[in-house]
Structure formats: C-alpha cells, structure tokens
Design a protein around this ligand. Sequence first.
Ligand SMILES: *[C@@H]1O[C@H](CO)[C@@H](O)[C@H](O)[C@H]1NC(C)=O
Ligand SMILES: *[C@@H]1O[C@H](CO)[C@@H](O)[C@H](O)[C@H]1NC(C)=O
Ligand SMILES: *[C@@H]1O[C@H](CO)[C@@H](O)[C@H](O)[C@H]1NC(C)=O
Ligand SMILES: *[C@@H]1O[C@H](CO)[C@@H](O)[C@H](O)[C@H]1NC(C)=O
Ligand SMILES: *[C@@H]1O[C@H](CO)[C@@H](O)[C@H](O)[C@H]1NC(C)=O
Ligand SMILES: *[C@@H]1O[C@H](CO)[C@@H](O)[C@H](O)[C@H]1NC(C)=O
Ligand SMILES: *[C@@H]1O[C@H](CO)[C@@H](O)[C@H](O)[C@H]1NC(C)=O
Length: 586
Amino acid sequence: MHLSILLLSSLLLLPLSGASPPPFQHHPFPRTRRSASPQPQKLIEVTRPLPYDSLTPACSLPLFTHSFGNTYNLPPAAANYSSPLDCTWSNAVLQFSGASNGSQYDRISAIWLAGTELLRTSTPEPTPHGISWTFRKDITRYSFLLRCSNLTLSVMLENIVDDTYTGIFHINITFLFYNIRKSPISSPRKLIRNFPTASLELDQIPADLIIPVSAAGQEGFWFRIQSENDAVSREIQIPSNTYRAVIEVYVSAHGDDEFWYSNPPDYYIERNGLNITRGHGVYREVLIKLDGDVVGSVLPFPVIFTGGINPLFWDPIVAIGAFNLPSYEIELTPFLGTLLDEKPHNFGFGVAESIPFWLVDANLHLWLDDGPVRVTAGKIKYKNPNSRIQRESSFAKLDGKFRTVGQRDSESSGWVHSSAGNLTTRAITKLKFDNEVSYRSNGTIAKVEHEVTVQKQIEISMASSGTVATSSVDSKYPLMLKTATAAGSEAGNYEMSTDLEVSYEEEKKIDHFESQLKNKQKCKGWMFVQGHDVVSGSGATSQSYAVQDSHSCYNRKISANEGAVVSDAENFLCGGRGVSGSRSSD
Ligand SMILES: *[C@@H]1O[C@H](CO)[C@@H](O)[C@H](O)[C@H]1NC(C)=O
Ligand SMILES: *[C@@H]1O[C@H](CO)[C@@H](O)[C@H](O)[C@H]1NC(C)=O
Ligand SMILES: *[C@@H]1O[C@H](CO)[C@@H](O)[C@H](O)[C@H]1NC(C)=O
Ligand SMILES: *[C@@H]1O[C@H](CO)[C@@H](O)[C@H](O)[C@H]1NC(C)=O
Ligand SMILES: *[C@@H]1O[C@H](CO)[C@@H](O)[C@H](O)[C@H]1NC(C)=O
Ligand SMILES: *[C@@H]1O[C@H](CO)[C@@H](O)[C@H](O)[C@H]1NC(C)=O
Ligand SMILES: *[C@@H]1O[C@H](CO)[C@@H](O)[C@H](O)[C@H]1NC(C)=O
C-alpha cells in the first residue's frame, strides 16, 4: 500500500460536535492507492471527442512551454503569437498538456490571447508518482485573434513551491489548425448578406472582432471580485458598423465561495457561535452590466476542483468542467441602439451576495458590416426585473433546514438596420434556482440539493418576412451532496463519508441544428482526517456522458475506484442503443 499526498480544498459543512472545527483551508493529507504503479497517473475529463480529432492538422504551432514553480504574485507567463504562415485553416484547437510530481494544491489557471480569455482551467493535484493530463478545446470562435500577428499569449497559474508543497506544474500549449471547410471562406460581405440565416452559433460564424472586457493583466486579465460591492468595469467603444454583439463570460469561484451552493446563512453561524467564514447563504449571481444597468446574468455551473469535497473522487476522472470550465454567452444585439453612438460605454461585472472571491472576465464578440449601408439600431423593449429571491429557514441549534429559491426573467429586443436588412432581435432568458441545505444529528449529517435551470431564446425577425432565425438553449444543472461526519477521539480528528451527484444537461436548437447532452457523475467515498492528514479513505466515481445531435452521437460510461478505471465503454451510436464496446484504458 502506497501513501501519496493530496490536498483537500476547504469543504466541511460544519464544525463537529465536541471537536474543534476542522480547518477550512486546504490541507495536505496522505491517501491510499490501490496500485503502487510507478507510472505517472493520467487524469481525464470525460467529454465528447472533437470532430477534428481524427484529422491531420493543416498546421500545428507549439506555442508555450513553461514550468510553474513558485509563481505566487508573479505576472502571467507569456509567449508571442503570430498566425501560422502558409497555412489555410478554418478551425482551431487548443491542446493543453500538463505534468507534475510532488505534493501540491489544485490551482486555477487561464490562457489569454491579447487579453481575450481562450480557456479557464484548473490543475489536478499531483502525487509522488507524478501525474499527467492532456485535453483539447475548440477555439474556432476566436478566429479573429488567431488570424492576427504579434499578439501576447498569457498564462496565469499561481503556485507555491516550498519544502512542503513541491509540485511544479509543467505546461505545454499547442494550437492545431484544421482546414475542414469545403469552399473557401466566404467574404465578410457575403456573410452579412446571409445573416442571420447562416448561423447564430459562435463557432460556426466566428466574430469579426473580439474586444476583451478584462483587467490590466499584471495579476492576470481576470477581475478579482471580493464582495457584492466590488464593481469592476472597462470603458469600451465598439465600431459603428457592428450588427451583432455577444458577450462571453468566464467565471470561477474560490476561497470561501468555492462551494457557495453549500454555504450556511450568517445568522445560523452567529447563533451557533461557529468560527467559520464560509457563510452568507447560497445565492450567487454573476451580473453583467452596461452603463450600470444589468443586461444579463449567470448562475454558474458548480465546477468542483480536484481538491474539492473528497479529492479521492477525482482520480483519475476529474469533475465535470474541471479542465475546461464553461463560459456563458449573453446576446447583446438588442442593446446596439445604445452602443452604436461612437462613444465609450461602461461594461462591468458584479457577483450578487459574494464573499471572497470570484475571478470574472469576458470577451465581447462583434460582427461587422463592411457593406455600403450605414448601420443604425434602436431599442424596442428592455425588461430586466430584479431577481426574486425567497428564503425559508427553520433551525434549532445546529439542526435545521434552509431553502432558497430564485428566479430572473429578462427580455430585450431591438432592431438593427444593416446590409442584411432591418432585423429585430429578441432575447428572452429565464433563470431559476432552487437550493436546500439541511443539517441533522446535531449538525453531523448535512445535505445540499441545488438545481439551476436556464432557458434562453433568441428570435430574429423582419417586418416583411416574420421570424427568420431562432435559437434556443435550455440547460439544467442539479447537484446533490450528502456528508456524514463523525468526530474522532482527539480534537481535530474526524471521519467523513460523502455521496455526490452532479450533472449537466442541455438541449440546443440553433437554426436547423439540434443537440441533446446529458453528462452525469455519481461519487461515493469516505476519508479519515487526523490533524491535517487523511490517514485513510477511498473514493469511487462513475460517469455517463451521452450526446446526440443532428450530425452524430457519442456515449461513454466510465467508472473508477480508488484511483483506477474499472470499466470504460464508448460508442458513436445514435438512437439510444446504449453503450457498448469497451475502450482500452491505458
Ligand atoms: C451538539 O454539538 C455541540 C457543538 O459541537 C456540542 O456542544 C453538543 O454537546 C452536541 N450535543 C449532543 C447531544 O451531542
Ligand atoms: C516576443 O517578441 C519580442 C520581439 O521580438 C521579444 O522581445 C520578446 O522577448 C518575445 N517574448 C517572448 C515571451 O518570447
Ligand atoms: C512539453 O514538450 C516537451 C518538448 O516536446 C516535452 O519534452 C515535454 O514532455 C512536454 N511536457 C508535457 C507536460 O507535455
Ligand atoms: C517524482 O519525484 C520523486 C521524488 O523526487 C522521484 O523519485 C520520482 O521518480 C518522480 N517521478 C516522476 C514520474 O518524475
Ligand atoms: C510583427 O513584428 C515583427 C517584428 O517586430 C515585424 O517585422 C512584423 O512586421 C510584425 N507583423 C505584423 C503583422 O505586424
Ligand atoms: C477561529 O478560527 C481561526 C482560524 O482557524 C483561528 O485562528 C481563531 O483563533 C479562531 N477563533 C476562535 C475564537 O476560536
Ligand atoms: C427598423 O424597424 C423598426 C421596427 O421594426 C423601425 O422602428 C425602424 O424605424 C426601422 N429602421 C429603419 C432604419 O428602417
């Protein structure tokens, strides 16, 4: 039996009866591994292979190689980027590879090109056997930047290396370019004439210009939001020939808000005299503001980093989104009536009810009309009521129940007159969340049930011909977490058993394209923590990933136990024929 060091992110729902509170900071702990294999462990995030994976790239650019040792408080590492010469390409992929060895926390990281975020990712925790991981992300939507030269690629990964934490992260980033378009790329003029029937999907018709809504960059290009009152913003003037605008938002939650969906309310903490800072209840909403008004918001998907909840769950299958955190799109075309005045406007972010800290930034994707028509735009309707949040609670001492439900319905519409005609864009969004945190057995058994549903609709119409394009994206992300904690014989010792279920479901209809995705993880395990170390523990994770769209299907069922994959099957069959055919797990 081999002991290796992992670090536990702060998550314990409550201090224990009769024991001093377990530390709410990350702390190191050894854990058991079934195999003492000297091979570095390969970690994976289960997702659908990219459509180009089987193709030979038209060209590939190894761009960045760096070892992140003691990088705390340092500016991001940088490399120069120039569009590949003599390479005809239509689609692009970012390949991220990492390796590490030693003891280390999970770390948050991001990659920016000229201040535009391409990827938000988190690192797995290394062990003395070493780990390695590699994954790919489609970055075709950033084509505008990828076709530019002399840009700076920046990679932020703050790490601390000392006598205790020895893991250095070795990172390679390569861009792969594919030419999969049969016909040569249409001229912008042709694209605008086909708008909006060609596609509303960012990856299908990438923007003509991307303006980052990001920070100065010395501490990374993300804005660090510490509290609800922290307002961060940038002044941006957009070109007066813009006919479509979408803002893409990247967010991640850290510190006392890393597990915001499980935080108890402050009055419960005070009444029970608990010495914890992880409070302020469970409602958080990332707000996107234009000239001070909320024009959209995000209820983030709960990405669990590899040190989170029970680190044994995430070996070798990491949590949904841990390597490729989702970004969130908000249609801003209805606001072009305000934005096309050749003046700078204030784009800002806030996180409602947040405690330290959140990392937020965004990319403004703009489509430009180079035709002869002067683009004009006007507002038709704008309704964005405040979120309605309802809270119910009942508790006696450490036991009780806290329910928080909320909803935000928004609608905006506006017209844009361009070479494509006079088009009205209407965007309707319904956000809902429902959360219940309960404690029983003197606070030793805790349960979190959290669910977000998002319904987004975009409709483009013309006075003469009615609706000409529509898009709808409905998503749902439930999370269920149950923990039972027993105090050990000495102060600070405890054993915790955990059940976790988290999933992401999405139904998309964009133009004539339809897709359905169900991605679900179920985890079960326990750990015994002594002081700052886990003396023993185990974790099992099973995941099913099923996607079906107008072109193809992909299914994978995989499970892991105590650090090893025990079953893994995938297929590309459509029509719910289930999963068959096993995959060699090397
Ligand atoms: C419940 O927990 C509190 C605080 O940890 C402790 O003081 C008390 O003795 C516990 N009560 C019971 C019945 O175990
Ligand atoms: C980028 O290119 C400039 C000019 O050629 C050079 O001075 C700089 O060192 C390069 N930066 C990196 C990170 O390679
Ligand atoms: C990075 O690339 C170098 C050179 O090709 C290679 O030796 C190294 O193993 C790579 N590291 C990772 C983490 O992929
Ligand atoms: C990891 O580090 C240990 C201790 O320095 C060393 O013995 C081991 O060979 C390393 N493993 C890998 C895969 O580099
Ligand atoms: C990029 O920088 C190089 C060196 O400074 C220069 O020769 C080249 O013209 C620049 N390219 C572009 C597209 O600006
Ligand atoms: C509260 O916890 C902090 C950090 O664990 C500790 O430094 C402090 O002494 C504690 N305060 C009380 C009153 O127990
Ligand atoms: C475009 O259509 C809207 C309403 O459909 C109308 O109010 C507006 O005046 C039109 N704009 C132009 C430039 O024709």
